[in-house]
Design a protein around this ligand. Structure first.
Ligand SMILES: Nc1ncnc2c1ncn2[C@@H]1O[C@H](COP(=O)(O)OP(=O)(O)O)[C@@H](O)[C@H]1O
Ligand SMILES: [Mg+2]
Length: 415
């Protein structure tokens, strides 16, 4: 990991409040990581030519896409299905639009990823495999309505394990790390999902005064989402406030807290069945991964080392919850945005907690930073979530239970 060898002993850590410190946010790390991710969960035989010849299923449905000129996603034989209204987000791999389903007028978000580089294809497929593997819906996990694959002027709905030649070309591209289709064609993947109208967790929380009720609600929603994902064998690997979106639509008159949606599954991993018994789903806490990926401030120490399980998500959530309760932020040097995230201070530098723990696993974290910002149970729970040894961290199910107990039995996480 970057810079570790050059740093001396870790001083007594002192996480800082406020936003006077700035540091790069690790997007390059994420990009590098995505490049080196090994694609697992691809259908067997990917890369072999599986479609074609007499009797093969015709891969193209009667759709085509006419975009961006008209901002409209069209079907040939009927009216356009979606109208794209405006751009709402732009990541390193694609553009996200607010859109409307013509038939129902329902609002959706449409994420468009251009598949011109293996790295993009891999990210898109990871997101597709994770979201399409979820059989039921969870209120706090973004729901994938459909995924559409576009080649030049033609489109088809993408389905998991499809034998369409186009889908298999994408899988092959991702596995080999090189484009396995005609580079003269333009390939796009379109993800249609729930639209979140309240921005991300950074924007939502940092534009409001700290509120105990909101914090409690957010902790419960996040732990519930994580328990759901882990039960469904999904390790997210990039939990951070930018990837937690807010839906305010049901807020109209009630005083309910907004709904959080965990989004951006571009780095996620679906753990397959255990080797000994293929019928038995493997516990995500026993599924070992080796690609060091994520965003540095939220990465667990063992992720930096490249040997980790779903407990890495627990660590990331620990960083997020600690930062939320104490309003610990830093400025991302690239985007100049203020972001929620706890860290340790070494001299004049701020260092990700996971990176500091890797250097010194015995380091005592100063939780809470402000004396009265949380009660003993909450403090103990965050300390356990951020334990250097992943085995000392609660799993997602225990975490959910303990947070419910703290929220409802104690009536308050405050002192
Ligand atoms: N479902 C959605 N509703 C509203 N905005 C979204 C939605 N999904 C993504 N966005 C916006 O687009 C940005 C990038 O999307 P994301 O899925 O995180 O992709 P990336 O891999 O580029 O980070 C998000 O930070 C958010 O601002
Ligand atoms: Mg993102």
């Amino acid at each position: 990991p970057r810079g570790l060898a050059s740093r001396g002993c870790v001083n007594a850590p002192s996480p800082l409040l406020g936003c006077s410190f700035a540091r790069g946010h690790g997007t390059a790390c994420r990009r590098r990581a995505a490049l080196s991710c090994r694609v697992i969960g691809a259908p067997r035989g990917a890369g072999e030519s599986a479609v074609g010849g007499p009797g093969a299923r015709r891969p193209w449905q009667e759709h085509f896409v006419d975009f961006p000129e008209t901002l409209t996603l069209k079907m040939v034989s009927s009216q356009p299905k979606y109208d794209l209204i405006r751009e709402v987000g732009r990541g390193s791999y694609g553009v996200v639009y607010e859109a409307v389903i013509r038939k129902t007028s329902a609002r959706v978000a449409v994420k468009k990823i251009r598949c011109h580089a293996p790295e993009n294809v891999e990210l898109a497929l990871r997101e597709f495999w994770a979201l399409s593997s979820i059989k039921s819906q969870h209120p706090n996990v973004i729901h994938l309505e459909e995924c559409i694959l576009q080649k030049d002027g033609m489109v088809q709905k993408m389905s998991h394990g499809s034998n369409s030649s186009l889908y298999l070309q994408l899988v092959e591209t991702s596995l080999k790390g090189e484009i396995a289709f005609d580079p003269r064609s333009a390939y796009y993947l379109w993800f249609v999902m729930d639209f979140c109208d309240g921005g991300d967790m950074n924007e939502y929380l940092l534009s409001r005064k700290p509120n105990r009720k909101t914090n409690t609600s957010f902790m419960l929603q996040l732990s519930s989402a994580l328990a759901f994902l882990h039960k469904n064998q999904i390790i997210h690997r990039d939990l951070k406030p930018d990837n937690i979106l807010i839906s305010q639509s049901r807020l109209d008159t009630s005083d309910l807290e907004p709904t959080l949606k965990v989004a951006d599954f571009g780095l996620s991993k679906v753990c397959s069945a255990s080797g000994q018994n293929p019928e038995e789903p493997v516990s995500v806490n026993k599924c070992f991964l080796s690609t060091a990926c994520g965003t540095d401030f939220y990465m667990a120490p063992e992720v930096w080392e490249g040997h980790y399980t779903a407990k890495a998500d627990i660590f990331a959530l620990g960083i997020i919850i600690w930062a939320m309760l104490e309003r610990i932020t830093f400025i991302d040097t690239e985007t100049k945005k203020e972001l929620l995230g706890s860290y340790v201070k070494q001299g004049t530098e701020i260092v990700p907690v996971g990176e500091a723990l890797l250097e010194n696993p015995k380091m005592e974290l100063l939780i809470p930073v402000k004396k009265k910002s949380m009660n003993g149970r909450m403090k103990q729970l965050i300390k356990e979530m951020l334990a250097a040894n992943p085995q000392d961290r609660p799993d997602a199910f225990e975490l959910e239970l303990r947070l419910v107990q703290i929220a409802f039995k104690d009536n308050s996480w405050e002192t």
